[in-house]
Design a protein around this ligand. Structure first.
Ligand code: E4P
Length: 218
């Protein structure tokens, strides 16, 4: 299972990367705005800064919602760095744009996915990654992990190569449940990744080992 971090914060990306477990980064316009990255030039430079930290796929989202606009923007983004993945919304022109980029060998991440039907369309268009937003589904009383399992079954039935990127992950249990049902990738905040480290028995055990060592090595 690949681990992506869902942030545009360079310090958090560095921290996750330094742990040695980071496979990539996802961003979106809201995450860029949260870091105060505003204006086309700054946004493009920020993507390059992210690519210079982590050696893995970095999703950069188009703002255009029409086919021609998405192609122009996506080509500019893809030209920034070899690791850029063009992130495209799940809309009709988006599907057409995913097909265009797929035919050109440019990686795509189909975002804002909330149903199995949308997942089928994105896979048929040749998306590299598919991003079902599991946390936002949970927010409206629909089980997000169940959707990941449903898409896993469908993709396996037809051997679609599109990778299921569980997005909108909010906490450690999301990560574990996504691993159980076979998500290829998860993207979540640094807190969800670091949360996997925690167990009180680990802390108690380590404290005891160190205390016993100290007793015998005075
Ligand atoms: C995915 O790529 C999105 O950036 C992200 O996971 C959305 O998460 P949120 O629902 O926590 O905003």
């Amino acid at each position: 299972m690949k681990f992506f971090i869902d942030t545009a914060n360079l310090d958090e990306i560095r921290e996750a990367n330094d742990m040695g477990i980071l496979d990539g980064v996802t961003t979106n316009p809201s995450l860029m705005a949260k870091e105060g990255i505003i204006g086309a030039d700054r946004i493009l430079k920020h993507y390059v800064d992210i690519c210079n930290i982590v050696d893995g796929d970095v999703s950069a989202e188009v703002i255009a919602t029409d086919y021609a606009g998405m192609i122009k923007e996506g080509e500019n983004l893809a030209a920034l760095h070899k690791n850029i993945v063009v992130k495209i919304p799940m809309i009709k022109d988006g599907i057409k744009a995913i097909r265009y980029f797929s035919d050109k060998g440019i990686k795509t991440n189909c975002t804002l996915v909330f149903s199995a039907g949308q997942a089928l369309l994105a896979a048929k268009a040749g998306a590299t990654y598919l991003s079902p937003f599991i946390g936002r589904l949970d927010d409206v009383s629909q089980n997000g992990v169940d959707l990941i399992a449903q898409i896993r079954l469908i993709y396996d039935n037809y051997m679609f190569e599109t990778q299921i990127l569980a997005a909108s992950v909010r906490h450690t249990m999301h990560i574990i449940q996504c691993a159980e049902v076979g998500a290829d990738v998860m993207t979540g905040p640094l807190s969800s990744i670091k949360g996997l480290l925690n167990h009180p028995l680990t802390d108690i055990g380590l404290e005891k080992f160190l205390a016993d060592y100290a007793k015998g090595n005075k």
